[in-house]
Design a protein around this ligand. Sequence first.
Ligand code: ZN
Ligand code: ZN
Length: 129
Amino acid sequence: MRHSHQRNTILEAVRAKPVHPTAYQVFESVKEQIPNISLATVYRDLGQLADNGIINTIKKGNVVRYDGNTMIHQHFYCEECGSLFDQELFDEKFVFQLKTKIVHEIENFDLMLTGTCIKCKNNGDKLKC
Ligand SMILES: [Zn+2]
Ligand SMILES: [Zn+2]
């Protein structure tokens, strides 16, 4: 019982902001509610949630992030601030349309666009002035 409460708290932390937190960010936010939780426990529970398909993992470089949104979606990664944004570039309708002589079935929808986010661009403009 206590165990499932702990895992639900971890799940809520993944689904809450910041989107796509690292295990450490999840640990930091869960710690406020469960002060004696360890980072190892957070890692283990995140692993179990991912194994069960309740959350997704996203690898960027050697950093693993967790995604509470398991619907088909893609990501935009800002090279400057390291933020990872959800981007719905294509959905089931698009995939249906994509079925051609080449594409039979798409199983993996992972796609990461990289660049600079608007917030970083605006900050850069300010610094130039
Ligand atoms: Zn940025
Ligand atoms: Zn996402």
